[in-house]
Design a protein around this ligand. Structure first.
Ligand code: PBG
Ligand code: MG
Length: 335
């Protein structure tokens, strides 16, 4: 048989037949992106009626609590199930012991209370890590240039408890300290917060794709060195599976892989190995690169965001954190 034929059955089998009409393409479509898959990350600042653009994330703004509440109301109207909150705190509140992280009246706790009151039905996810409050810009306490594990975990537990008491539904530790899931579960349960879910950033890589986020929360200037002694090496996958296995044993309700696009293989392996709710984060740098190309007229924005998100679904993600959530929800509603 001639070598150029695609396969033995040609011309009886023609793959293009199913692709000829739109109705047929819809019938054979294997994956679906829905508004139910979306979590919208938001940046919150002090003040009233204040919005600040983030230079490296065109179209994304830091919002004061009053405007945040309005934005969340809009997201809820679009059917977005949950938001994730990240505070950008004033430099004067950042200390080496990150004590503001455990203040029950800190910016993020006040934001949680305001959102919960105005939009009670939307899920609220809070990041648990010290970087917004730490003058070193690291996710944990630093001593002699090293991020301390167990001392950091103790503070993270108190941080999660104040967030949960403020009304946060899901605590999402993004710090990569060892043993923090067990400690958080125990701490929440002891505080009568056993209903609060834990979304573990289980396989979080030391990534340069977080750059624009660090601008957004103002940790870039503060950050000394890199995060390689606690976040994962981009070269590793087996290690990601061990991280996920440990976090599940310790009591995680959902696990996350982060970043998303360069790590789709990790999402697939986690989903196949454990079959648990597996979330993915389309991080700030992924947003920025698509946006920059679109602004240059090099990519079609609406098409590339939907295509990049369906890639997450194909890889096995159950939900996706994306700065594009409201836009995508609107686009999906139109189709
Ligand atoms: N605990 C910090 C945190 N939580 C979420 C992100 C990144 C999110 C993004 O880039 O969109 C980071 C940055 C980091 O680890 O330096
Ligand atoms: Mg771990």
């Amino acid at each position: 048989m001639p070598a150029f034929l695609p396969h033995a059955d040609f011309p009886y089998t023609r793959m293009r037949r199913n692709r000829r009409h739109e109705w047929s393409r819809r019938l054979v479509s294997e994956n679906r992106l829905s508004v139910d898959d979306l979590i919208w990350p938001l940046f919150v600042i002090e003040g009233t009626n204040l919005r600040q653009p983030i230079t490296s994330m065109p179209g994304v703004e830091r919002l004061s609590i009053d405007l945040l509440v309005e934005a969340v109301r809009g997201a809820h109207d679009l059917g977005i199930p949950a938001i994730a909150l990240f505070p950008s705190v004033e430099a004067s509140l950042k200390t080496p012991d990150a004590r503001e992280a455990t203040n029950p009246d800190n910016l993020v706790c006040r934001a949680v209370r305001a959102v919960k009151k105005a939009v009670p039905d939307i899920g609220i996810v809070c990041d648990v890590a010290l970087d917004p409050f730490n003058s070193d810009g690291h996710d944990g306490l630093v001593a002699d240039g090293y991020v301390l594990n167990d001392e950091t975990v103790e503070i993270l537990v108190r941080m999660a408890v104040v967030q949960a008491e403020a009304g946060c539904d899901v605590v999402a530790p993004s710090d990569m300290m060892d043993g923090r899931i067990r400690a958080l579960r125990a701490g929440l349960d002891q505080a009568d917060l056993d209903h609060v879910q834990i979304l573990s950033y289980a396989a979080k890589y030391a990534s340069a794709f977080y750059g624009p986020f660090r601008d957004a929360v103002g940790s870039n200037g503060a950050l000394k060195g890199d995060k390689k002694n606690y976040q994962m090496d981009a070269a590793n996958t087996e290690e990601a599976l061990r991280e996920v296995a440990l976090d599940l044993q310790e009591g995680a309700d959902m696990v996350m892989v982060k970043p998303g696009l360069p790590y789709l293989d990790v999402i697939r392996r986690v989903k196949d190995a454990f079959g648990v709710p597996t979330f993915a984060y389309q991080v700030s740098g992924e947003y920025a690169m698509l946006k920059a190309a679109a602004q240059n007229g090099w990519l079609d924005w609406e098409k590339v965001i939907v295509e990049s998100l369906i890639g997450f679904k194909r890889a096995g993600a159950d939900a996706i954190l994306t700065y594009t959530a409201p836009e995508v929800a609107r686009l999906l509603g139109k189709r």
